[in-house]
Ligand binder design. Structure first.
Ligand code: DC
Length: 319
């Protein structure tokens, strides 16, 4: 079997936009997937197809009816670029294309939980980019409440002020730069213990998750409380020492200085508060996949997560 990968060189509105995967051999076995500019995905199989469908006209380049595509013919059309790829590359790209199929039919949710500094934010961003899903760092919602109280010099245990601030949180206007200060994170961990505050924010987070095509949400209680039916649950962790080391390196990389043992003590304290609170404590959902990033670079964590997600999607496709 030989494999060819064809893609469109330009985005064409209302036309298949940028990707088109195809495999063909002498027996006209042929699988195709197309991505459209509006974000939908077309899926077609010819020959001894998985779903029995056949004879689907693809792209108008004449390559689909005559056995293996004529690469020279495809490349003579300036809109396309075709190349023969290895079986491994083809399968990888094909699985990614299949994975994108959920966008047509299903709101897809990836829940990521874990302690501060384990790398879940970066991982969430990489996965949202890769699978073209919406992204919500739910920590920012708790930070926004804490920030409002700090701004008005209100004590962090003023629950009714915290509830009012929670109601006013607008997920579209969360300003990461403004909310990123360490002190705001500490304060967020304190206001996050109040069940009424949580309920207001959780409602907003659930609405966000329901918006097509779905979302990656990261936080502390996503797999357990916010989205207990998430398609994929990941629990990302790393030792407190590694997390403290990473935080120190981050501070030093922007010219700051800090003390390792103070950072470590801070992290341990925050873990205890987030894991020890009565309402929605940080803990892995029983069906979460555990990812320990202590000895893993972010790229390795991304690949591990992607394997988990692609496997789940492939199983669902077979079901
Ligand atoms: O992830 P972060 O550091 O931005 O979160 C700040 C605090 O917010 C965290 O210490 C606990 C709280 N939080 C929470 O209770 N539940 C979430 N889903 C997200 C964050």
């Amino acid at each position: 079997m030989r494999y060819v990968f064809v893609h469109w060189k330009h985005d064409i509105p209302e036309e298949p936009s940028h990707l088109w995967y195809e495999v063909a051999d002498d027996n006209f076995q042929n699988r195709t997937i197309e991505f459209y500019a509006d974000g939908s995905v077309g899926f077609a199989i010819r020959g001894p197809a998985l779903d029995g469908s056949e004879d689907i006209e693809v792209g108008g380049t004449g390559n689909s009816t005559e056995g293996f595509p004529d690469l020279a013919e495809i490349n003579s059309d300036s809109q396309f670029e075709a190349s023969e790829v290895t079986a491994v590359d083809f399968e990888r790209q094909w699985r990614e294309a299949l994975a994108s199929r959920f966008r047509m039919t299903h709101v897809f949710t990836i829940a990521i939980d874990g302690p501060a500094g384990a790398g879940k934010g970066t991982l969430a961003r990489r996965l949202a980019d890769h699978y073209r899903l919406n992204l919500l760092d739910t920590g920012l919602t708790y930070r926004a409440v804490a920030y409002a109280l700090l701004q008005h010099a209100l004590p962090l245990d003023n629950v009714s002020a915290a509830e009012t601030a929670a109601r006013q949180v607008d997920l579209a206007k969360l300003d990461r730069a403004m909310l990123s200060a360490h002190a705001v994170g500490e304060a967020a961990s304190k206001v996050a213990v109040y069940p009424t505050v949580r309920r207001i924010l959780v409602e907003k987070q659930r609405d966000f998750a329901k918006t097509p095509p779905g979302a990656v949400l990261d936080g502390r209680d996503i797999g357990t409380v916010v989205c207990p039916d998430a398609d994929i649950k990941l629990y990302v962790t790393a030792s407190a020492e590694v997390r403290a080391q990473r935080r120190l390196a981050e501070i030093e990389s922007i010219g700051g200085s800090a003390n390792f043992s103070e950072i470590l003590a801070d992290i341990v304290r925050r873990d205890e508060r987030d894991m020890g609170r009565a309402d929605s404590p940080l803990k892995p959902a029983t069906d979460a996949h555990l990812l320990d990033t202590s000895e893993m670079a972010i790229e390795a964590a991304f690949l591990a997560a992607k394997t988990i997600i692609d496997d789940a999607l492939a199983k669902r496709d077979k079901a």
